[in-house]
Design a protein. Structure first.
Length: 213
């Protein structure tokens, strides 16, 4: 899932949209520069801050292609098969194979809690790395899979949103927008997060209504 964070870089010359290899608390990953670096002077980086290791190389790009086109589809297929074998009430949504190979994260949807301990054992035995199962909701699923909104840009939830704020039908009403569900709903089927961006409550308006699906 797309995340926005600050990183420590010990070299200069980075430009906007440069693709870089970074070290995070999850392991080695690939990211993009979203803002120009600033000089921190003598200030030491926070222990929690990630670090930019280097720019992406042609070899890295080939590895990324291999992960996306060959490795991840195989991991999805095997996990789906194991879910069926264990008769687990869960739907696999996506898989994230960390660039450094230290962890594979499987995202799934389920109505309630799922005992996936045996599933994790099977997957760890097969892939010989750390396995993490992460339960998500329908709004998270759109962020994980990505895509484009009606504005023609990448989905907010897959590019820069780190958390979901409440969205209500009142926000659409206050902006005189069409209340046609197909016009104000995102790929997740819920009200679009961007309804909040230009929302100014009308004077004397009641408290925001609960979000609807």
């Amino acid at each position: 899932m797309g995340q926005v964070a600050k990183f420590w870089a010990r070299f200069v010359g980075l430009k906007m949209q440069d693709r870089v290899i970074v070290r995070t608390d999850r392991g080695v990953e690939v990211g993009s520069v979203l803002s120009m670096p600033t000089d921190m002077g003598t200030e030491e980086p926070s222990p929690a801050m990630g670090e930019v290791l280097r720019r992406v190389t042609p070899k890295d790009i080939e590895r990324l292609r291999e992960i996306e086109e060959e490795i991840k589809p195989k991991e999805m297929k095997l996990c789906d098969r194991k879910i069926a074998e264990h008769q687990l009430l869960m739907k696999l949504a996506d898989v994230e194979h960390l660039f450094g190979g230290t962890k594979i994260i499987f995202y799934f949807l389920a109505e309630g809690r799922v005992d996936f301990r045996e599933l994790v054992k099977d997957l760890a035995q097969k892939f010989h790395t750390r396995i993490e199962m992460r339960q998500i909701g329908v709004r998270d699923e759109a962020g994980v899979k990505g895509g484009y909104g009606p504005c023609g840009r990448n989905l907010c939830c897959s590019s820069f949103l780190n958390e979901f704020a409440p969205v209500s039908i009142r926000m659409a009403k206050d902006q005189n927008l069409s209340l046609n569900p197909s016009k104000i709903s995102g790929m997740c089927g819920r009200l679009m997060c961007c309804l909040r961006y230009e929302h100014t409550p009308k004077e004397g308006a009641a408290s925001p209504e609960p979000a609807t699906a």
